[in-house]
Design a binder for this molecule. Structure first.
Ligand code: AMP
Length: 122
């Protein structure tokens, strides 16, 4: 079972406008903004506006419109930031083993350089 949503997590504060962000895309269901600690030349966070903890929570409860909006945003952002052709990586960390720091479902879009193999051991 998914953990309960914490309305005081940092992305909830960004959604409420309590903390600033470098906004890159917004629509009815989705907000995308620059990661504050970028791991690649392009490092974008894509989050639903709804209160979802993780990918499995989103997958279990989100509407078709919310699900579509996330992937439409990813399509738009990869084109807009010039990485659709060169390639990119989508990551969604969840829970303890996934090393999730912020308990609001998000995708990282990483690109702009060759990213190497998928996992590190630390
Ligand atoms: P995760 O480990 O997948 O939960 O990653 C959380 C990400 O959020 C990290 O890459 C952080 O650099 C990023 N982050 C944390 N606080 C902020 C913030 N205020 N604005 C933008 N990105 C943030």
């Amino acid at each position: 079972m998914a953990m309960a949503y914490d309305p005081n997590n940092i992305f909830a504060k960004i959604l409420r406008g309590e903390i600033p962000c470098k906004k890159l895309h917004e629509d009815e269901f989705v907000l995308a903004f620059a990661d504050i600690n970028p791991q690649a030349p392009v490092h974008i966070l894509v989050i639903p506006k709804g209160a979802y903890v993780s990918a499995q929570d989103f997958g279990a409860r989100a509407s078709a419109a919310e699900s579509q909006a996330i992937f439409r945003a990813i399509a738009h952002l990869t084109e807009q930031h010039g990485i659709a052709a060169t390639g990119y990586r989508l990551i969604s960390n969840a829970g303890v083993h996934g090393h999730q720091e912020v308990p609001h479902f998000h995708f990282h879009i990483l690109g702009g350089r060759a990213l190497g193999s998928m996992l590190t051991r630390s």
